[in-house]
Design a protein around this ligand. Structure first.
Ligand SMILES: O=C(O)[C@@H](CO)OP(=O)(O)O
Length: 252
């Protein structure tokens, strides 16, 4: 099958939360760490070296993704690039786990339970109480939304259900008109998109890790089916980057 379109996906660079191995998720507007800033600029260099150009970018409303995009634009010298930010591309909502240490949570509940929360398709983490100060309905990006649609915890399946309408209504039509699209988002919102595009099974998706700040190129058919996908980095670099943030068993 012949590739018709090219789509580039990028997970943001390291944030202060990932640096400390804390559950971050939808409701934490963590900033990039100094390493994350450098990773984002390097992601831009990788795109530049590959000779890829864009007409349109999509990102979440979270600082770590927005800043990663800005740093990529800086490297590509394309500050003019139209950008659409949407909460629908935010990280999945980690419920009551948000802000907790992944290591301490594994000690308390066991590695297997934490792996299920982190990588299963349809198991939800514990719910966040709407009275909890971490519930984000009053935070600026969500103030105008109906509070009933703001998540209090999400499985990957839930994340896909709020993200895919945006893909179908806004992103896919733009790709089909020939716009070269860059999407900068999060580990799990991108895992959800990959599950949908590559038709991965509920079991296969538990093993998919997306490394931070390494551009993932998808060559798509006329119907937006991936024909080839590859990272703009060596196998070794991808493995090291996955090991840094992935679930241990997945990156052996
Ligand atoms: O904490 C989170 O929000 C995500 C990474 O952004 O972590 P995990 O790898 O556990 O899904």
């Amino acid at each position: 099958m012949e590739a018709r379109y090219t789509l580039v996906l990028l997970r943001h660079g390291e944030s202060h939360y990932t640096q400390k191995n804390l559950f971050c998720g939808f409701g934490n507007d963590a900033d990039l760490s100094d390493i994350g800033v450098r990773e984002a600029a390097l992601a831009g260099q990788r795109i530049l070296k590959a000779g890829l150009e864009f007409d349109l970018a999509f990102t979440s409303v979270l600082k770590r993704a927005v800043k990663t995009l800005f740093l990529v634009q800086e490297t590509l010298d394309c500050h003019w690039l139209p950008v659409v930010r949407t909460w629908r591309l935010n990280e999945r909502h980690y419920g009551d786990l948000q802000g907790l240490s992944k290591t301490e949570t594994a000690k308390k509940y066991g590695e297997a339970q934490v792996k299920t929360w982190r990588r299963s398709y349809d198991v939800r983490p514990p719910v966040l109480d709407k009275k909890d100060p971490r519930f984000c309905s009053s935070m600026a990006p969500y103030r105008d939304l109906d509070p009933s649609i703001i998540p209090v915890c999400e499985s990957l399946k839930d994340t896909m259900e709020r993200m895919l309408p945006f893909w179908h209504d806004e992103i896919a039509p733009k790709i089909k008109t020939g716009k070269r699209v860059l999407i900068i988002a999060h580990g799990n919102s991108l895992r959800g998109l990959m599950k949908y595009l590559k038709r991965l099974s509920d079991e296969e998706i538990t093993k998919l890790e997306i490394p931070q700040a390494i551009p993932l190129v998808l060559e798509l058919s006329e119907n937006l089916q991936p024909i080839r996908d590859y990272y703009l980095a060596s196998e070794e670099e991808v493995k090291t980057a996955k090991a840094k943030v992935g679930v241990k068993d997945n990156v052996k």
